[in-house]
Unconditional design. Structure first.
Length: 81
């Protein structure tokens, strides 16, 4: 049971770090929409258009690393066989 919890904690930690890093490391809060700046071809004015996209922030990273720490810490309550 100890090993299973520790492997689960490691898997959560690696998966969340990879998702945060490759999803665009956002140092702010998690966003579900991002503004896309597009230039109008007729008037040459820039416009901001919202685009639905999930960008994980440091709150997502902290929550997932906290969950991994909780799992790793709970493995200490089980004895070695």
């Amino acid at each position: 049971m100890r090993t299973t919890l520790r492997i689960g904690a490691l898997a959560i930690m690696v998966f969340s770090l990879a998702l945060w890093f490759f999803g665009g490391p956002n140092l702010g809060w998690t966003k579900t929409s991002v503004d896309r700046i597009q230039k109008d071809p007729v008037t040459d004015l820039e416009g901001h258009f919202p685009e639905k996209r999930f960008v994980p922030g440091v709150d997502f990273l902290a929550a997932s690393l906290g969950m991994a720490g909780l799992l790793a810490g709970s493995s200490l309550f089980f004895r070695k066989k």
